[in-house]
Design a protein around this ligand. Structure first.
Ligand SMILES: [Zn+2]
Length: 280
């Protein structure tokens, strides 16, 4: 008996290395938590790199002797462990704070640093990695935060240097959010928010991975709004209806990039049912 190699037209799926580039601790869970949980569950290698520690943010927690950046770094590391992330990096840029505030004038704020500097720091940290896919944010930084907009540019700048084959912009569906009940507050969003539904190429969703995303979010205690109760089923149902699907715009880095590398992790947007799966 002779051995015959498989004749499947698609190449066997091999483990990828995915670099999730995030602006601040908690963005990894809010925007991409289910995707990271799915990726690590499938055996892919996930690296999360934070541009900043979120030190210009706000909190209603008593930090004791800690700085907000120290607290948020610890929360991010715990959330990444929950999601199965293999490697966590902090790029040590300063948080720019919200648009039109004093902190955005800081020359070492992430929104003011050069993309070459971001790429240099990442390339040095990832010299022994072979990154296949870089995940950043859409051109609006989803909601216009200066650091999130810079993540969009940084992801597209660093991907060729790392020889990645795809950049995926994490985003929301503008039309879908606007179609939800007006009491959710998304009825007057414009083209400066997230992305048009017809721009979206891929999505990730699933009850089990959404449950892991919620567990990861619980680690970000310093950022949890006072009125958020993670055990309240009606709040969870509302959150799942709005954010139960994680959306992406995939952009090939080179013309010969093979879309098959995305196939076991990301589903094509054309196959979406029209609603995130119900939860809980
Ligand atoms: Zn952020």
């Amino acid at each position: 008996m002779t051995f015959s190699p498989p004749t499947s037209p698609s190449p066997p799926t091999s483990p990828l290395t995915l670099l999730f580039l995030h602006a601040h601790p908690d963005d990894e869970a809010v925007l991409t938590g289910a995707t990271i949980a799915k990726a690590t569950g499938l055996g892919h290698r996930v690296i999360v790199a934070y541009a900043t520690r979120g030190d210009a943010g706000e909190t209603n927690q008593d930090l004791g002797g800690e700085t907000l950046g120290e607290r948020r770094e610890a929360e991010a590391r715990a959330a990444c462990e929950e999601l199965g992330v293999q490697r966590v990096l902090f790029l040590e840029f300063d948080d720019s704070g919200m648009a039109d505030t004093e902190t955005t004038k800081n020359p070492s704020a992430f929104c003011n640093v050069s993309l070459d500097e971001v790429t240099a720091r990442l390339s040095m940290a990832l010299v022994n990695e072979s990154v296949n896919v870089v995940i950043g944010y859409d051109r609006n930084g989803t909601y216009g935060h200066p650091d999130h907009m810079q993540i969009h540019h940084a992801a597209h700048h660093v991907a060729p240097a790392l020889k990645a084959s795809f950049v995926l912009d994490a985003t929301y569906s503008r039309e879908f959010l606007a179609s939800l009940d007006s009491d959710r507050g998304y009825d007057n969003i414009d083209e400066n928010f997230a992305s048009g539904h017809d721009e979206l190429t891929h999505f990730v969703e699933g009850r089990d991975i959404f449950a892991v995303k919620l567990e990861a979010l619980k680690h970000h205690q310093s950022q949890v709004p006072e009125d958020w109760d993670p055990d309240d089923e009606s709040q969870l149902d509302g959150f799942a209806k709005s954010f139960g699907t994680e959306w992406y715009i995939a952009v090939p880095v080179t013309p010969d990039a093979d879309p098959e590398v995305l196939a076991d992790l990301f589903e094509p947007s054309a196959t979406w049912s029209g609603q995130p799966p119900p939860f809980p």
